[in-house]
Write a protein that binds this ligand. Structure first.
Ligand code: B12
Ligand code: SF4
Length: 472
């Protein structure tokens, strides 16, 4: 009995950079430890769909990961191909997107079932059942079609509360060399699961995956994973992107312990993360910087309290100013992520956002369009209020893609689309101005020019494009 776990990133441009699928790799570990024969089939570098037939063609159970709506099309291509060469395999869809839209995934991908949420335990039960020829439809977290043409959703199991008990992702199956030569520059790692906040443009999507609330790994457990990763990559110097929703929910002392343990292990880590401006303190930023944090990407979103309140963000522009000042004080690059083009936004709100940026003095700025992604409260709200223009076009549902192509999926009563795009260009010009006038940025760029000329040249080109109002 063989299980194939599939990362269907076939023929796909990743607007946010290449990355290893950590969740799927956790499942590879779980199955291996349970004694199952498991192969990992990564379509990232395949030019043709049949290149991995030797891995998936004889698998009895095939698990296919789908992280977002924008990836469903590719997952479907891969799923249908596997079905055509291996009609008897049980195909299960899992990951972020099937956790939110299991029925759509089963139907579109022609899968047998979908698995909801964290799957370390459920995938073992599923593999056991397929191996033993038992009915797998009893397994908790599973959604499957019934005879009447509907779907059955089994109850969910409780999530693992002690994250330190979850095995590390099986990084040994990843072709990291190919990832690195194709543009990946850092390893992904997660130190928490879930997020307790309620932002309407995000929730309840992650709650469908991780349940509500947040669970933490200990600093010791995280450093042990880093030591193993360093050994696997034969280095004592790593770049890491912590992909937690809100890593700064860890208390201050977590970061000092993390730094101390890394130092004891003789490993230097340069890391960055995403965060909220209300979950950092001066001491936390200092401890983060001392443990190797070089950049924090903050969800600032807007300079208007009215818009932040509509988003149920729970932060204030004043908190953003404090957070950015602490970063500047401790030499941590601070990026401001903004969202503009929310239907209730006015010219005055955009002006407040622009004014806030001048107070923050960010090292980088990324302007997204407010996007009504299915599965989020903002989508339901936009639909009810008549602001939603479409939720079918994957281009419009991926904020990285719609930002690059400057298209939106919500109607704006108080502003024209052109006005919002023009504010985006204005902010991007300010970003370019900051890049060439901030001494910290110039110093960093000069350092990079010596160490990584290609990367530094790319940054310079982006800055120039920004001056021309073209963004990047
Ligand atoms: C890393 C990440 C990315 C990476 C993905 C690369 C990669 N290979 O990892 C990048 C940066 C490229 C990315 C891009 C986008 N992402 Co993203 N991303 C994440 C993030 C931050 C972490 C994922 C992670 O590693 N989690 C930790 C692991 C442990 O959890 P997990 O992956 O969910 O895995 C568990 C279960 O889902 C399940 N599982 C996973 N795979 C499988 C497979 C099978 C077969 C089974 C049975 C179970 C299973 O078991 C795992 C272990 O318990 C999540 C947020 C989050 N907190 O998870 C968002 C998230 C998945 N992304 C999201 C979105 C929307 C996007 C973008 C559209 C955003 C954008 N561009 O602006 C794009 C889409 C990309 C594209 N072009 O399609 C949403 C998805 C929600 C949804 N489906 O509506 C999330 C949940 C963030 C959010 N709250 O909005 N993303
Ligand atoms: S946007 Fe960030 S802080 Fe808000 S709910 Fe989502 S993960 Fe949590």
């Amino acid at each position: 009995m063989k299980t194939a776990l599939v990362y269907p990133r076939f023929d796909w441009i990743e607007y946010n950079g290449l990355a290893e699928p950590i969740g799927l790799l956790h499942l590879v570990s779980a199955l291996k430890t349970a004694g199952h024969d498991v192969v990992y089939a990564d379509y990232s570098f395949c030019e043709k769909l049949d290149e991995l037939d030797h891995l998936v063609g004889d698998a009895d159970l095939v698990g296919i990961a789908v992280s977002a709506a924008a990836k469903l099309e590719r997952a479907t291509l891969v799923s249908k191909h596997i079905r055509s060469i291996n009609p008897d395999a049980v195909i299960v869809a899992g990951g972020a997107y099937p956790s939110i839209f299991p029925e759509q995934c089963i139907e579109t991908m022609e899968a047998d079932c979908a698995m909801l949420g964290e799957a370390e335990e459920a995938i073992i039960e599923m593999a056991d059942a397929v191996r033993d020829g038992q009915d797998f439809r009893e397994i908790r977290n599973l959604v499957y079609p019934d005879e009447a043409g509907g779907y059955v959703t089994n109850p969910r199991r409780p999530v693992q509360t002690d994250l330190d008990l979850i095995e590390f992702p099986a990084r040994d199956v990843v072709d990291y060399d190919s990832y690195m030569t194709n543009g990946m520059s850092e390893y992904g790692l997660v130190t928490t699961r879930g997020c307790p906040f309620k932002c309407i443009y995000c929730k309840p999507s992650t709650d469908h995956i991780f349940g509500g609330g947040i669970r933490f790994r200990s600093a010791e457990n995280v450093v042990t994973e880093i030591i193993e990763l360093a050994a696997l990559r034969n280095t004592d110097c790593l770049r890491i992107f912590f992909k937690d929703d809100t890593i700064t929910m860890h208390p201050e002392k977590w970061f000092s312990e993390f730094g101390r343990r890394l130092e004891e292990a003789g490993i230097s880590v340069e890391w960055h993360c995403n965060s909220r401006v209300d979950t950092v303190t001066r001491e936390k930023v200092r401890n983060m910087a001392e443990s190797g944090c070089h950049c924090i990407s903050f969800g600032v979103e807007s300079g208007s309290q009215k818009i932040l309140d509509f988003y149920k963000k729970g932060t204030t522009p004043e908190q953003a100013v404090d957070a950015f000042n602490w970063c500047h004080e401790f030499g941590v690059e601070a990026t401001a992520n903004l969202m503009i083009g929310f239907p209730l936004e006015t010219e005055e709100d955009l002006r407040l956002t622009y004014e806030l940026l001048k107070k923050l003095r960010p090292d980088d700025i990324i302007v997204y369009f407010s996007t009504a992604i299915p599965g989020r409260y903002i989508h339901d709200w936009a639909k009810e209020e008549g602001y939603l223009t479409t939720d079918a076009n994957p281009e419009l549902l991926d904020p990285a893609r719609n930002r690059a192509h400057e298209v939106m999926n919500m109607r704006l009563p108080f502003l024209s689309t052109d006005e919002v795009i023009s504010w985006k260009h204005r902010i991007e010009r300010y970003r370019s101005w900051r890049k060439v006038t901030s001494m910290d940025n110039i110093r960093r760029w000069a350092g990079e020019l010596i160490k990584e000329p290609g990367k530094a040249a790319g940054k310079a080109a982006r800055v120039l494009r920004g001056f021309r109002g073209q963004g990047d």
